[in-house]
Design a binder for this molecule. Structure first.
Ligand SMILES: Cc1ncc(COP(=O)(O)O)c(C=O)c1O
Length: 383
């Protein structure tokens, strides 16, 4: 019998999403063109527990707007964690500012508060803590340092819808918070994103920046400044409304899949799975394993072996300062030396299949194959 390939992630789409999207396609035009976006934004802001939300084509757009609204530009530095998707740092570069790479914490795999503080210079304007794979960094510590040093905070919650810490939702810890609804995410609109804030001034500024610089009350087509065009369609918003209604169910399923993996791998002593810190609720967007250093295998080798067995995986993020994209970064040499935790973890980790439809039997199979691969492959002990 040939096994179906096990995909890394995929959405849960029901008749509810299809019905709402069909309704938007039929009705959301002319004077109704923004009704679904307005409903989605209101429901999303209420869910996160903040005053305002702006629906966008991507989370990257939300990060770009946040930085632009805070006035980040040439000469400024913005601190980002080494371990994240490039989208956290790319908008810093769009604005002519410099990303500075800080190390992650060995337990949470998220931005280390100590490393953040060490990376601060007189040019530091903002920090972007990332809620990696659904987990959160020590937000109280990061916020305290930022406040003391006069640094703006943008929370990149692309991967953490539904997570929380000390009873507060992910995305509500910064002056702005950003979310992704890419097809791989816990809730999706195909592509899409949201930026949230409690600050009326930032909200007003981001509304102008995302609409080609049009200000309320402007003479029609007589723009005040050059800005951006970042809007979500009504069809995407309709799908988002349905997914948000189903979010408790989607989060429960994510946590269930993580539990199955944790239990199936509990007897493999050299593997560590995602952590859930004190007073943190982790929605485990990506179930991730890190193997001990003395296993001596590289993630690319393990991924290729699992691929041959019909299992899709993804690499634990490469440190940003190691990417060719940042070859000319002024912070590269310092970061590569300083960020030892990121450089130690990254070669030893992969994400496992954990999207909709991957349930107990597949998880048992993946766990068994992973163990087999790690035990059979010739081990090269590290120097
Ligand atoms: C941590 C992080 N930040 C930002 C993004 C960007 O999201 P989008 O693709 O919606 O722009 C992602 C998406 O994968 C992400 O994982």
């Amino acid at each position: 019998m040939t096994r179906k390939r096990i995909a890394i992630s995929g959405p849960s789409i029901t008749d509810l999403e299809v019905a709402y999207v069909a309704e938007a396609a039929r009705t959301a035009w002319f004077q109704n063109a923004n009704l679904f976006q307005d409903r989605f934004e209101k429901a999303f802001a209420d869910y996160i527990g903040v005053g305002h939300a702006i629906s966008l084509p991507s989370c990257t757009a939300g990060l770009h707007l946040s930085l632009a609204a805070m006035g980040v530009g040439p000469g400024d530095e913005v601190i980002v964690p080494e371990i994240t998707w490039i989208a956290t740092a790319a908008p810093v570069v769009y604005l002519g500012a410099t990303p500075v790479f800080a190390d992650v914490d060995p337990e949470s795999w998220c931005l280390s508060a100590e490393s953040f503080e060490r990376a601060i210079t007189p040019r530091t304007k903002a920090v972007i803590p990332v809620d990696l794979y659904g987990n959160l960094p020590d937000m109280a510590a990061i916020r305290a340092i930022a406040e003391r040093r006069g640094i703006r905070v943008i929370e990149d919650s692309a991967e953490a819808i539904g997570s929380s810490q000390h009873g507060r939702r992910a995305g509500s810890f910064g002056e702005t918070g950003t979310f992704s609804f890419h097809g791989s995410k816990t809730m999706t609109t195909g592509e899409g994103g949201m930026v949230v804030t409690d600050d009326p001034a930032l909200y007003a500024r981001m509304q102008v920046l995302r609409d080609h610089g049009r200000r309320p009350g402007d003479v029609a087509f007589f723009n005040s400044e050059v800005a951006y065009k970042y809007k979500m369609t009504a069809m995407q918003a309709a799908m988002g409304i349905a997914q948000l209604e189903r979010l408790p169910e989607l989060v429960t399923a994510k946590r269930r899949r993580f539990r199955y993996y944790r239990d199936a791998l509990a007897n493999v002593p050299y593997l560590t799975v995602n952590s859930e810190g004190p007073d943190t609720f982790n929605t485990y967007w990506m179930v991730t394993v890190i193997w001990d250093g003395d296993v001596g295998l590289d993630k690319a080798e393990v991924m290729a072996a699992l691929d041959a067995r019909g299992i899709d995986t993804r690499p634990f993020f490469h440190p940003l300062s190691s990417l060719p994209a940042f070859a000319d970064s002024p912070d590269r040499a310092r970061a590569q030396k300083a960020n030892t935790v990121s450089y130690d973890l990254s070669p030893r980790g992969i994400n496992l299949p954990c999207g909709d439809g991957v349930e107990e039997a597949e998880i048992a199979y993946v766990a068994e194959q992973l163990r087999d691969v790690l035990e059979r492959m010739p081990k090269r002990r590290r120097a």
